[in-house]
Design a protein around this ligand. Sequence first.
Ligand code: GMT
Length: 380
Amino acid sequence: MKIGITCYPTYGGSGVVATELGLELAQRGHEIHFISYAQPIRLRGEEPNIHYHEVEVSRYPLFDYPPYDLALATRMAEVSQLYDLDLLHVHYAIPHSVSALLARQMLANGPRGRRLPFVTTLHGTDITLVGLDRSYLPITRYSINQSDGVTAISNYLRDRTLRVFDVKKEIEVIYNSVNCDVYRRCKNSAERRAEYAPNGEKLLVHLSNFRPVKRVTDVIEIFDRVRKKVPSKLLLIGDGPDRSVAEWLAVQKGIHEDVLFLGKQDQVEEKLGVADILLMPSELESFGLAALEAMACECVPIATRTGGVPEVIEHGTSGYLADVGDVDTMARYAVELLNDESALQAMGKAARAVAKARFCSSKIVPQYEDFYRRIVERSS
Ligand code: GMT
């Protein structure tokens, strides 16, 4: 098939999911066209069957707010016509599904009068935070209802969308996936760990966009408690608005030398593949891709019981869950595990087994292919 994919190309779970999906689909012989304002971060630009089309937004002086959604709709229609795409798949509803809707209408009214179906995948904050803003809610609901197919990344997100948005459309759940060949325990991990933990300390990691919903200060609070009991280091991967407050807190607590802020990183599997525990104390996660990536790397996730996270992590088997803000309990779970190497390793292996059995790309990508086929058949 020839598929156009639009996502936020910078850091963020939805962009990662969209890009990994495009790469997997291309490997399976599909022709993939990414349409966005920048090349998605996990693309190198040399992959076979992958094309990237940049959306240029004119900066006319009158435009205090350059209309990206209109430029995107135009580019979607152009690319679809030029390359004869079978469908568009947009990740994150706002504004991508509105642009896809416009592109579909433009093509339907164009010289060839063709119908271009589009699929919207809901990821989380497009529904739970941004989408609930009154200035976005009606148009988001409209574009979801107008989509030819809608998927959500967890049952939690599907149910919440149906309930809160009063959407009439059927929403199919297709879980996020992980490439289990790429995300795995690192061989020679002892040597690699020495880079961050030269004296054999335990290694904890957090990976996010440092937005308030991630509660990065809870990560520091948990680590502070763990470090008092177990010699350890904390790797913080990513960047965002709450980085400086986390840095300040680490300094306040006098632990900043053991907290390593790595900033945005490309090959996160290299870090997850040597770490012992991932901390994800978020206020809300519709899925929690970082936890899944850690699980595939045998790095045990300790997270909050919120949103779709319990669909990914089974408490006590493939990780631990606690209430939002309960940093004491999360620290206690971490200390218990770090003090029991065989339990830590066993849980790491159990976590990978779950990732492989339920969320491996080789299982999830065919679900998207099947979904696309049904949508295209229904639209022709
Ligand atoms: O979490 C964010 O702030 C980023 C956001 C995104 O769209 O990039 O993440 C959402 O989508 C991810 C990929 O599907 C999910 O793993 C995250 O749980 C979800 N974030 C929230 O629900 C807060």
